[in-house]
Design a protein around this ligand. Structure first.
Ligand code: F3S
Length: 64
């Protein structure tokens, strides 16, 4: 599973970084990004939860 955040769309609400801190982190700009493109094993469900919960749908999840 891969994931990325469209930083132009992200409004910095912080839901993803609190839901899946092992997958997403907040940058200096106040926008979140994926720590690494490939979601760590075992974090797929929290990454999906974050993507589903993002209020502006900035998170993309790609299944392999
Ligand atoms: Fe941004 Fe959505 Fe995360 S607005 S901080 S990508 S939950």
């Amino acid at each position: 599973m891969k994931t990325r955040i469209d930083e132009d769309t992200c409004i910095g609400c912080g839901l993803c970084t609190s839901t899946a801190p092992e997958v997403y982190e907040m940058g200096d700009s106040g926008k979140a990004h994926a720590i690494q493109e490939v979601v760590p094993e075992g974090s797929e469900s929290t990454a999906q939860e974050a993507a589903d919960g993002c209020p502006v749908s900035a998170i993309t999840i790609d299944e392999p």
